[in-house]
Design a protein around this ligand. Structure first.
Ligand code: SF4
Length: 50
C-alpha cells in the first residue's frame, strides 16, 4: 500500500475506507500534459474505475 496517501476518489478500485489509497504506488501527472500551477491541475494516472 502506498503509505500515507489519502484520496477521496471513491470510484477508483484502489480506494479504501477512511480515504486510504490501497495501490502499491501511485503515479501523478500534469493534467492535459500542461505544467501544473496548482493541485487541481494534477491527475492520478493510477486511477482505475471500480
Ligand atoms: S489510485 Fe489514485 S485515484 Fe485511486 S485511490 Fe489511489 S490516489 Fe486515489
Amino acid at each position: 500500500m502506498a503509505q500515507g496517501v489519502l484520496c477521496e476518489v471513491n470510484s477508483c478500485r484502489f480506494w479504501g475506507e477512511q480515504n486510504k489509497c490501497k495501490a502499491d504506488s501511485i503515479y501523478i501527472v500534469n493534467h492535459s500534459s500542461k505544467r501544473a500551477d496548482h493541485s487541481a491541475e494534477t491527475d492520478c494516472k493510477t486511477f482505475e474505475m471500480k
